[in-house]
Ligand binder design. Structure first.
Ligand code: NOJ
Length: 747
């Protein structure tokens, strides 16, 4: 049957049938029946588009052979093809030149916006504002689909306790409870309520599972974690994504129990597809099937292709393993054709759900592209999100600044339009951030500024390491002189967007290059220094510097609206409301570190050495998880608890805004289980949070309901155990605050 007749069949069945799950299944079957083995395997193959790679380009490169394969029906999806013109051109080949005319999926890493960049995901997590996070993902989908994309490789839901790992910028931090809520918000944002709408796209929960546990924070390194950690810490955000209806999952590059994720039938077939009844599609990570050879798990591409296919990996991204070897494996009965059919069914199902069989050019509307990309609404929401994501870490009464203040601006990022954009911006160009100079000039038209010593000298590109300046001190003295002329100094320092992200692990997470020494001299000489810290991960500012700062605003990497967002927060136009989604350690020696680490058997403190401690460093972090200040004084009443006859415990607290400014307060509930039988519990675990909008002088209650079920933990076999016995709870502004607690018993 030619593609035209196939289309006719499909189209008429579409017109006559409502878009129900059942009718999709029937249509999937009707296509599957027409396919040859090679065509089926072709659907399981994903190639990088013909430029712009987000991973190592394979030896054969992006050659003409790939077009040839596409024409033969050997490609089911591509990635990194952007813009309606390019997408349309490739889709046309798939639809008009292959035998069956099955449309392609177009994947792309739309991680924190497409062209209009929102803050990096870790920064968005710091907002704790689930609605704003959902809107951000929604907007990313609107903009990316207008450029032809129908599948994003987001959200990354990996939990990590190691800020040396550059990819923490892409996730929601160290906590699985917060991570699960954010995973849900992001999936809902990307996918909306109707996957077939032209402005929603398929999301992808990645990296399944455990990539955030790479040892020593080194990207792509070995992982070793327990089943207990898998069930209680790593899987919950994936489960939340699946429950929110995420269309796809992506394998991790790493291994669990010695099995690389792309060949792990326990994770893919048992947990995901069987226990969770996931009906979507699993894609490998870039080259992760072929990399099983480098892992030392198998010796040939043939073997890894078979292992991955048998284990339940439906699509091969950039290994060419399936397309080269699966047909032979099926013919020789090493891989059952039923398994191929299952994979293809999942892929076709997604294509139907996206409406691609209905209209393969559904995402190819030049008019919408022109009207949508960079629209005013996207900019407005990106600015809003950037303001909400910033975290005020120190303030000795220096902030907010007043327009009448005398202010100078220093620092390598003061006038930088690229560094604060963040890492994952496959489609956004260098130089598109509003710099801080511009943001502050709106309030201080005669702003004087100087960069001080250069921080880096490029290249500013996704693939290449940034060259950090360790030696050139030009600009240093001039900046110090300028500082001496002003009552207040704002200094913009930190990491370049390309110092965090994939392949951007750092052994030291202090200010790169000369910046720390420059800042130390500045705070020694100047009493009112406001540090605006740009970072894609928790950074360490040594205590001797921190203690002398007038204020410290963590701006992260805010994206397109860097300058105006930072200025609005510094000036008090926005009352800072962000809270840390990851612990900021004092020292790299404390890593890995998280607020919810179990206490161990000797938590101390004690006057002898026989308790869990460093001899040369406090155990506590520089800034704990959940921490962040505002310009308002907020007070918490003593918590109350009411036990309901059905076993539920209702905990409440009254929060008062004792200031003349409206404030957003993120009220956090933490619990500690004292007699847990599933396994040792967290020292303390986030069990709820609420964001209150408090007008000047306003008082509001935060109410939480806990049950044995809501505090359940998994044992190492994945069995859920409702919580039992004594529980301590805190309703507090951050994870380290233990001012008041409440105890109760669950039975
Ligand atoms: C590798 C990354 O690990 C993954 O997250 C990303 O989606 C793919 N490359 C595609 O760019």
């Amino acid at each position: 049957m030619s593609f035209r007749s196939l289309f006719f069949v499909l189209l008429s069945s579409l017109l006559s049938a409502a878009t129900t799950a059942q009718s999709i299944e029937q249509r999937v079957d009707s296509v599957l029946r027409l396919m040859t083995l090679d065509e089926k395997i072709g659907q399981m193959n994903q190639f990088n588009g013909f430029w712009n790679a987000t991973g190592p380009v394979p030896a054969e490169g992006n050659s003409l052979e790939r077009y040839e394969l596409l024409r033969k029906g050997g490609v089911g999806a591509v990635l990194n093809v952007q813009g309606v013109k390019e997408v349309r051109a490739l889709q046309k080949i798939a639809v008009e030149q292959t035998r069956l005319g099955i449309p392609l999926l177009f994947g792309c890493d739309v991680i924190h916006g497409y062209k209009t960049l929102t803050p990096i995901p870790l920064a968005e997590a710091a907002s704790w504002d689930l609605q704003a996070i959902e809107t951000s993902a929604r907007n990313a989908a609107i903009e990316a689909t207008a450029a032809g994309i129908n599948w994003t490789f987001a959200p990354m839901v990996d939990i990590s306790r190691d800020p040396r790992w550059g990819r923490v910028m892409e996730g929601a931090g160290e906590d699985h409870f917060l991570g699960a809520k954010i995973a849900t918000a992001r999936v809902k944002g990307f996918q909306g309520t109707d996957l077939s709408a032209p402005n929603t796209l398929a999301a992808c929960a990645k990296h399944f599972a455990g990539y955030g546990f790479v040892q020593a924070g080194r990207d792509y390194h070995h992982t070793d974690f327990s089943a207990y950690t898998l069930y209680n810490t790593i899987l919950p955000p994936f489960k939340a994504a699946q429950e929110a209806g995420v269309a796809t999952f992506m394998n991790a590059f790493t291994a669990y129990n010695g099995i690389p994720s792309s060949a792990d039938s326990f994770l893919m077939r048992q947990v995901l597809k069987k226990d969770w009844a996931f009906e979507g599609m699993v894609v490998s990570d870039w080259g992760s099937i072929q990399e099983m050879m480098a892992h030392g798990y198998a010796a040939s591409l043939q073997e890894v292709a078979e292992l991955a296919a048998l284990a339940g990996c439906d699509m091969d991204m950039e290994s060419s393993a399936y397309v080269k070897h699966l047909a032979e494996a099926v013919l020789q009965k090493r891989v059952p054709e039923a398994r191929i059919n299952e994979a293809v069914r999942r892929i076709l199902r997604l294509k139907f759900q996206l409406g691609l069989f209905d209209d393969p050019y559904r995402y190819c509307d030049e008019k919408r592209e022109a009207a949508t990309i960079g629209s005013a609404t996207l900019h407005k929401d990106a600015l809003d999100m950037a303001k909400k994501s910033m975290v005020l870490l120190e303030n000795k009464g220096v902030l907010p600044l007043q327009a009448k203040d005398e202010v100078v601006l220093l620092g390598a990022i003061a006038n930088d339009r690229t560094a604060p954009l963040g890492n994952w911006r496959v489609s956004a160009d260098n130089g598109t951030a509003i710099p801080l100079t511009e943001g502050l000039q709106a309030y201080f038209p005669n702003l004087r500024w100087a960069t001080g010593p250069m921080a880096w000298s490029g290249p500013e590109a996704f693939h290449a390491p940034i060259q950090v300046n360790e030696t050139d001190t030009s600009g240093w003295a001039a900046a110090m002189q300028l500082a001496a002329t002003s009552k207040t100094v704002v200094v913009a320092l930190g990491e370049h967007g390309y110092q965090s992200g994939e392949g951007r692990s750092r052994s030291s997470i202090r200010l790169p290059g000369l910046q720390e020494a420059f800042l130390r001299e500045l705070v020694q000489q100047h009493p009112r220094v406001v540090l605006v810290l740009f970072a894609g991960r928790p950074l360490i500012i040594p205590e001797d510097i921190r203690s002398k700062l007038g204020a410290l605003l963590l701006a992260w990497q805010p994206g397109t609206h860097t300058g105006d967002a930072v200025a609005a927060v510094l000036m008090g136009q926005h009352n800072p409301s962000g809270r840390l989604p990851m612990t900021f350690p004092r020292h790299e020696g404390q890593i890995p570190m998280a607020y919810n680490d179990p206490t161990g058997g000797r938590p101390g403190p004690s006057s002898d050495v026989f308790w869990s401690q460093y001899n040369d460093l406090p155990n506590s972090p520089a800034y704990p998880f959940g921490y962040g200040l505002s310009y308002s004084k907020i007070s918490y009443s003593k918590p109350k608890m009411q036990a309901l006859p059905d076993g539920r415990k209702v905990l409440s607290v009254e929060i008062t805004n004792n200031s003349a400014r409206p404030a957003t307060e993120t009220v956090q509930l933490y619990v500690k289980l004292h007699a847990n039988k599933a396994g040792i519990p967290a020292g303390k675990q986030l069990a709820g949070f609420q964001q209150l909008q408090l007008g000047p002088g306003a008082k509001q209650s935060a109410i939480f309901v806990l049950t044995a079920e809501s505090l359940a933990l998994f044992d190492a076999n994945g069995r859920k155990h409702p919580a039992k016995g004594k529980v301590t709870a805190w309703i507090v502004p951050n994870s380290a605050d233990e001012t008041d607690s409440i105890n109760f018993v669950l039975d």
